[in-house]
Design a binder for this molecule. Sequence first.
Ligand SMILES: CC(C)(COP(=O)(O)OP(=O)(O)OC[C@H]1O[C@@H](n2cnc3c(N)ncnc32)[C@H](O)[C@@H]1OP(=O)(O)O)[C@@H](O)C(=O)NCCC(=O)NCCS
Length: 429
Amino acid sequence: MSKDTLTIVDNRTEKTYEVPLFKGAVRAMDLRQIKVNAEDFGVMTYDPAFMNTASCQSSITFIDGDKGILRYRGYPIEQLAEKCSFLEVAYLVLFGELPTASQLKEWETEITLHTMIHESVKKFMAGFHYDAHPMGMLVSTVAALSTFYPDAKSVLDPKVRRLQILRLIGKMPTIAACAYRHRMGYPIVNPDNDLSYTANFMNMLWRMVEPKFVANPVLARALDILFILHADHEQNCGTNAMRAVGSSQADPYLATAAAAAALAGPLHGGANEEVLKMLDEISTVDRIPAFIEQVKGGKGRLMGFGHRVYKNYDPRARIIKQTAEEVFKVTGRNPKLEIAIELEKIALSDEYFIKRKLYPNVDFYSGIIYQAMGFTPEMFTVLFAIPRTAGWLAQWQEMITDPEQKIARPRQIYTGHWIKEVVPIEKRG
Ligand SMILES: CC(C)(COP(=O)(O)OP(=O)(O)OC[C@H]1O[C@@H](n2cnc3c(N)ncnc32)[C@H](O)[C@@H]1OP(=O)(O)O)[C@@H](O)C(=O)NCCC(=O)NCCS
């Protein structure tokens, strides 16, 4: 009979330990009993960048990186992108099941009632420099919401949590649009409750003097699909920040600001902005081979390629590529698409990329669509943060209600000096 355990022999002491496997994993605390003597701290695991450490149990998102599978709550991303709206998917991610028609109606109404921001939030945002990066504005303003909603501190109260979830999902597009219009020097547009989540976002971004903004339905649907694709992606850098900060019971505005700050980095959500810069730098198809050689020589990376988890084509990239065709029928073809397609073709047949299993990720094509829709590259990460807020909040809720979770506090292997005497400053040389 096989047993769900590991037998570990400590060659230092010749003692043998039997350690249970928990859902295929070793509980790191079970290793602590392995000691040389009573004073010994016990064995720890060492895993910089969490390459092989599960920090939680989660029932939200499933990824099989080798097969290129992504599911939210068991539903394949392809079906959700085809058949659902973003708010339906946000509900699914947050509450575990797709809403019924009446639940969806109520959910949409509740979110719509929370889209406005306090006038002082607008004044706060007016203080940013005219060319401030929209991610910096978003992160700071989301953190500032904490000062407007002190009730949010009661994170253990499910009713309070639900209210902050509505506020955050409702206000994220409003803050994002304010950040965009602040840079452009345009007046702020208030939300329009007649419009869908994405059509209203487009209204707040682009309405000028017309009495009623009418969003192009193809573009509004494309944005909705892009939001669905970005709603959650299990334990990545931003989500880990959300859980880590939330684990101190800081309110969800502060935790979401931390998650968004993590997302802002070029190796995470900032990658699609970098993809466009890269395509600009390449500028013509004939310069692709030289660029690829440069990357292979260790000079820079092929942005929008490679993923910590996907060692296959990112399923989101495939859906985005299809959505791009719909968008281009309305906007005209973005000339960068030709360069991107050729770059993908060359990279996918090159030994360097094949050997390392480097495939296009979600960011490779998303920037091209966003640009065709009229977004400037600085807005791309903001467009990622809006839908990911649903995922962050779902992960935060799961963490708060998980009896096994406590404040996140990793260990370290100390490599510094053991003990030193402080020399008076006049004698230091
Ligand atoms: C996403 C990413 C950070 C994952 O990194 P990771 O899991 O830590 O992988 P590593 O950095 O260990 O890379 C493994 C190998 O592939 C190479 N590699 C990874 N991504 C690469 C890329 N985009 N271009 C060229 N080489 C790349 C690394 O140089 C390394 O090569 P080596 O084994 O010869 O040293 C990385 O692939 C990357 O920087 N991609 C570009 C940025 C991007 O698109 N990010 C968006 C993610 S959704």
